[in-house]
Design a protein around this ligand. Structure first.
Ligand code: TYD
Ligand code: MG
Length: 454
C-alpha cells in the first residue's frame, strides 16, 4: 500500500521544501516564511517503477539556427532580452511593487503590437478601465493590444488558445488562480501551478509569455523565486525610491547574455529610454569635490561610468557607522580592512558613508579601486582630478588585479571627456588617443602617487 502523501512545508521566499514547520528557513535564512501546503498529487499516481516509453535521443551535432527574434523598437528593452523577443519563450519580470513593471510592460507590449506582433495583455491586478486610462496617459491607445482583466487561469489559457497571440503578458503571476489547486492566490502552490501551466503552454503553442512577479521582503506574497527555474529569462526591474532612474537587469537568460542592463527614466509620460546612461549618471557632478571618484564600469556588454561618493566623518559611536548604498557592503568592509592592514590608513573612529550617484547598483569587483579612491579622497579631504576615471580590483594583499574589457572602459571614458585613467599594472592596453593610462601595481603605490603619502 502506498503511503498517502502528507503535506509539505515550503518557504515562500526561496521555494525550499521542508519536512516540518520552522520559524526560519534553513535554505535561505528568511524568518517566518514557511507555509504549509497540500500535497501536489493526492494519491492515484502510478509507481515510477512501472515501465514507460524510451525517449528518442539525438546527438549534440544537430544543427539549429539561432532563434528568430522580434524587436519591439525600445532599444533598452530589446537589448536586455538579448536582441529581441524569442518566440515561444517564457520571461519573468520581477520587482518591488510600484517600481513601474506594469508601465514598462504596457509600453513594451504596445511597441511589439505596433511592430506587427499579435499581443494580449492580461491584467489580474487592475480593471480594464484602469489599464486603458494608463494607456491613454502614455499615448498608447491606438496600439492594437488585446486587453483582458482576468485571474482565472483556465479562462486565460482557453483565451490564449483561441487567440493564438505572439506575445501574452500576465500581470501578475501572484494574482493568478488555478481551480485545480486548493490554495489562495499568491501562495507558493498557486504561483507554481500557474507558472507551470503558462510556461508549458508557451512552449507547446509557440506563444512568448511575460510573467510579472512582485518581490516582497517580508514573504507575505510568494516570491517569484520558485518561478525563476521554470522560465527562460529572468529580468529584474530595480531602482531606488526617490530616484527617477529604473534599471532593467537580466539575471538569467537562456537566449542571451545575463547581466545586460537597460536604463529608463520614470517621467510623467511613462518610462523614457536612457540611451547614454554614463552621461546621465555623471550629469549631476559639479566641480571636483573630495570624496568623489568616477568608476569606469561594464554592465553586460555596455560600458557605464558612475560616480562613487564617500563621506568620512568622526564618529561618536562605539562602533562607527558603515552606510553603503548601491555597493556590496561586504566588499566595502574588505577594502577598508585592506587600506588599514596594507597601507596603514585606519578608519577606526570614523563614520563611513558610501553611495553610487543616481541610484545605480554596482556589483563589479572592478569598482574596488574607485571605492578606495573615494574613501581616501574623503578621508584626506583632497579632490581627485576631475578628468580622472578609475577601475581595478583589489586583492587581499593590496595588489591590483587587471579586469576585463579595459578598452571599452577607456573608450567610454574618453567619449565623456576624461583624459586620464588609473588602471592595474597588468592591464593589457597601453592607452588610446587622448587618454593617458596610469598603471599601478598595488594600493600603496596608488596612495603614494595620488595622495602623496605612504
Ligand atoms: P506601476 O507600473 O503601476 O508599478 P508596478 O506595476 O511595478 O507595481 O507604476 C507605479 C508608479 O509609477 C506609480 O507610483 C506612478 C508612477 N508613474 C509615473 O511616474 N509616470 C507614469 O506615466 C506612470 C504610468 C506611472
Ligand atoms: Mg502593476
Amino acid at each position: 500500500m502506498a503511503k498517502a502523501p502528507s503535506s509539505t512545508f515550503t518557504c515562500t521566499a526561496c521555494g525550499a521544501v521542508h519536512k516540518k514547520w520552522a520559524g526560519r528557513c534553513e535554505a535561505c535564512g528568511a524568518w517566518n516564511s514557511i507555509t504549509e501546503e497540500a500535497p501536489l498529487s493526492a494519491g492515484g499516481a502510478k509507481a515510477l517503477s512501472q515501465r514507460g516509453r524510451t525517449i528518442p535521443l539525438t546527438d549534440l551535432a544537430t544543427e539549429e539556427d539561432p532563434p528568430p527574434r522580434v524587436r519591439c523598437g525600445m532599444d533598452e528593452f530589446d537589448r536586455v532580452l538579448g536582441g529581441g523577443l524569442v518566440p515561444a519563450s517564457a520571461i519573468l519580470v520581477g520587482g518591488d511593487p510600484g517600481i513601474g513593471k506594469s508601465t514598462l510592460l504596457l509600453q513594451a507590449t504596445a511597441s511589439f503590437a505596433r511592430n506587427g506582433v499579435k499581443c494580449l495583455y492580461i491584467s489580474g491586478e487592475e480593471a480594464a478601465a484602469q489599464v486603458r486610462m494608463r494607456a491613454q496617459r502614455l499615448g498608447l491607445s491606438d496600439a492594437p493590444v488585446g486587453l483582458g482583466a482576468e485571474t482565472n487561469l483556465r479562462d486565460i489559457l482557453t483565451t490564449l488558445d483561441a487567440e493564438r497571440p505572439g506575445l501574452a503578458v500576465i500581470d501578475s503571476i501572484q494574482t493568478m488562480w488555478a481551480d485545480t489547486v486548493e490554495a489562495a492566490p499568491g501562495s507558493v502552490s498557486q504561483v507554481r501551478a500557474a507558472a507551470h501551466e503558462l510556461v508549458t503552454f508557451a512552449k507547446r503553442r509557440g506563444v512568448a509569455i511575460i510573467l510579472v512577479g512582485h518581490v516582497t521582503k517580508d514573504g507575505q506574497i510568494a516570491g517569484p523565486r520558485v518561478v525563476e527555474h521554470m522560465v527562460d529569462t529572468v529580468l529584474y526591474f530595480e531602482g531606488e525610491r526617490g530616484h527617477q532612474f529604473r534599471i532593467l537587469r537580466a539575471v538569467k537568460n537562456r537566449f542571451g547574455p545575463a547581466d545586460e542592463i537597460g536604463v529608463f527614466e520614470m517621467t510623467g509620460g511613462g518610462l523614457a529610454q536612457v540611451a547614454n546612461p554614463s552621461a546621465l549618471f555623471l550629469s549631476e557632478r559639479g566641480q571636483a569635490q573630495p570624496g568623489s571618484a568616477v568608476f569606469a564600469g561594464i554592465e553586460g556588454t555596455r560600458p557605464v561610468l558612475t560616480e562613487v561618493q564617500a563621506l568620512v566623518a568622526p564618529s561618536t559611536l562605539a562602533s562607527p557607522r558603515r552606510t553603503v548604498v548601491g555597493l556590496d557592503s561586504g566588499r566595502v568592509s574588505t577594502i577598508l580592512a585592506v587600506l588599514e592592514a596594507r597601507c596603514g590608513i585606519p578608519f577606526t573612529g570614523l563614520d563611513v558613508f558610501l553611495n553610487v550617484a543616481g541610484g545605480m547598483r554596482v556589483n563589479e569587483p572592478a569598482a574596488d579601486l574607485a571605492i578606495a579612491a573615494a574613501l581616501l579622497s574623503a578621508r584626506e579631504d583632497v579632490a581627485l582630478p576631475p578628468d580622472m576615471a578609475i577601475f581595478g580590483e583589489i586583492s587581499l594583499s593590496g595588489a591590483l588585479r587587471p579586469v576585463g574589457q579595459a578598452e571599452n572602459r577607456l573608450k567610454e571614458a574618453q567619449k565623456l571627456g576624461f583624459s586620464q585613467t588609473i588602471a592595474p599594472e597588468r592591464t593589457k592596453i597601453e592607452g588610446i588617443d587622448g587618454m593617458q593610462v596610469r598603471k599601478m601595481s598595488d594600493l600603496t603605490a596608488f596612495v603614494g602617487e595620488i595622495f602623496g603619502a605612504g
